[in-house]
Design a protein around this ligand. Structure first.
Ligand SMILES: NC(=O)c1ccc[n+]([C@@H]2O[C@H](COP(=O)([O-])OP(=O)(O)OC[C@H]3O[C@@H](n4cnc5c(N)ncnc54)[C@H](O)[C@@H]3O)[C@@H](O)[C@H]2O)c1
Length: 269
């Protein structure tokens, strides 16, 4: 059974990776952690392999013998297309293609809210909306979601694509009151995906139980995700004088926030 094999965790040296590693070992046992950068010594139960996801042969070595895959590796911000192409587009392709050939999976893939960042803060979204990326980074995440869809429909590789909002310890700006995903809830979501009796290819929003959330997981009833945290408990710290932002500022008007605003030069219709 694939699930008796080590869990492969890409992006293990990143911000979320560092928090998740010990918790994943607790839950799933043997962890094969990888990143392009050195991220220190292995934890008990962990094997570390430094590799570039753009290197197909290296990714084959990562995936061979692995069971579950948590694919969080890649560029997590807006940058040149060359870098996005290499780490996110080619890198994600290499992971899916190796998973198909080696019979690994299911895959939990870190997509992003930036795949749907051009919806406005008045829009309410479920998993059925079309993507509206707000950056080349967001386009690469939409590509990953489509790749997951192809690899399920054509080859039966099961995936969950997590449109993660803002995963961080605490919310610190007004947008986070809608987008915050606590670390504990992120772990709950990953676990719920792997526990799903039938994962298929499911898109989920990575978000806590925030009063001001824009996103619903109602279209993914096969995954029993029950978030426990709510950004509203931080409201008095985050907006002590109420929400005083300019609602027409693209960084406020659109769900993708600062990713929308960067280089935004669209003329008014
Ligand atoms: N943190 C969030 O709020 C958030 C929100 C939406 C999506 N995500 C996604 O979740 C994942 C993890 O986020 P994070 O905040 O930990 O980001 P991060 O940038 O801290 O971690 C990503 C890791 O991927 C590694 N990486 C980049 N290119 C690589 C390559 N070619 N080969 C191998 N490794 C490579 C980096 O070295 C880094 O350690 C990312 O895919 C990110 O896009 C995060």
């Amino acid at each position: 059974m694939a699930n008796d094999r080590p869990t492969l965790f890409t992006g293990a040296g990143g911000i979320l990776g560092k928090w998740l590693r010990p918790r994943l070992i607790e839950t799933y046992g043997a962890l094969r952690s990888t990143d392009i950068v050195d991220f220190g010594p292995a934890l008990p139960g962990e094997e570390i392999i430094i590799a570039d996801l753009a290197d197909a042969a290296a990714v084959d070595r990562l995936v061979e013998g692995a069971g579950r895959i948590i694919h969080f590796g890649g560029i997590s911000y807006e940058t040149s297309f060359d870098q996005i192409l290499s780490s996110n587009i080619l890198g994600t392709y290499n992971v899916y293609e190796a998973a198909r050939r080696f019979g690994a999976g299911p895959i939990v893939y870190a997509s992003s809210n930036h795949a749907i960042g051009f919806y406005t803060r008045d829009d309410r979204l479920d998993a059925n909306v079309r993507t509206r990326p707000d950056s080349l980074y967001g386009v690469s995440k939409a590509f990953g979601e489509d790749l997951a869809s192809l690899y399920y429909d054509k080859y039966g590789v099961e995936s969950a694509c997590l449109r993660i909002g803002t995963a961080r310890l605490d919310p610190i700006d007004p947008r986070h009151l809608s987008t915050w995903h606590s670390y504990e809830d992120l772990l709950r979501l990953i676990e719920a995906c792997f526990n799903a009796p039938r994962l298929g290819c499911t898109i989920l929003y990575g978000v806590s139980n925030n009063d001001r959330s824009w996103w619903s997981n109602a279209a993914a009833p096969n995954v029993d995700y029950r978030p426990q945290d709510n950004a509203e408990s931080f409201k008095d710290v985050v907006i002590p004088d109420g929400d005083t932002r300019d609602m027409e500022d693209p960084a406020v008007k659109y769900q993708g926030g600062p990713f929308v605003a960067a280089d935004y030069v669209r003329r008014k219709a």
